[in-house]
Ligand binder design. Sequence first.
Ligand code: NVA
Length: 314
Amino acid sequence: MKRKRDLLSIVDLSRRDILDILAIADKLKRRLKKTGKNKPILKGKTLIMVFEKPSLRTHASFDIGMFQLGGHALYFGPEHIGLGVREPVQHAATVLSGMGSIIMARVYSHQTLTELARCSSVPVINGLSDLEHPCQILADIMTMVEHKRSLHRLRVAFVGDGNNNVTHSLALACGLLGMHIAVASPKGYVMKPEVAAKARSLAAKYGGSVIETLRPETAVKHADVVYTDTWISMGAEKEKNKRLKVFRSYQVNEKLMRLANPDAIFMHDMPAHLGNEVTKEVFDGPQSVVYDQAENRLHAQKGLIVFLLKNKKK
Ligand code: NVA
């Protein structure tokens, strides 16, 4: 029997799947830009969106994406569902998947997502968990292709919080796609060992590499892409003062950018905190592609939904 497919980790997708999703996304993007609209290929389909945390890009892109494809998106905010609190995840998953065509959830604990996916009869998408942020990375890969043409041998540097959803999905995607990634993060804030090991084994298989270092300069030297994210992810607010100190020397500024290749691009998943993880000069500078990344969330999301509704596990 064929089973539904979920996207909880970026490695739930193969290299081929990622390229297929981005090909759909690119086609939909071109058509939208050219004609102002897309065909209503998701007519009658409903996406159920569950948010335990705030969201701008994920919420907007999923909602607008469904609308543009003729479907409907239904929003549940933190006060509405109370997954595992107001009622067991299993009950919510069974009810929601009995009504909707596909579920997207942004959660604190990744375990909530795995439980949601286990109990749901329709595809479940990770709209960010403490462990991964695969939807962000699909848009990022699309952006890298647009700016760099080929992913082959691309050198990516991530500077900042290694034990972070964005870093994890980025390192895994680089592994899958045969890219080189160097992650510079302070002691105590490195990638989860099991994620780093998985990224390394994928890199070994597909011709890329994964380096972990304490020094931002080592990571950024000769990079084609310099990426950073907030030092204080949602849920880590109580550690704000401590983190501001620990990460102080991990700021992406013009001096650091000068170590990268001259045509390197700067990426950030946003929200950005100017003066912390990145300076205003870099964020708004000529190498920055942050708004392309943000816009591509829309196109990549559409590619992903169409792909998951079409493809079942063999
Ligand atoms: N690492 C950040 C990503 C925000 C889109 C967070 O989890 O808050």
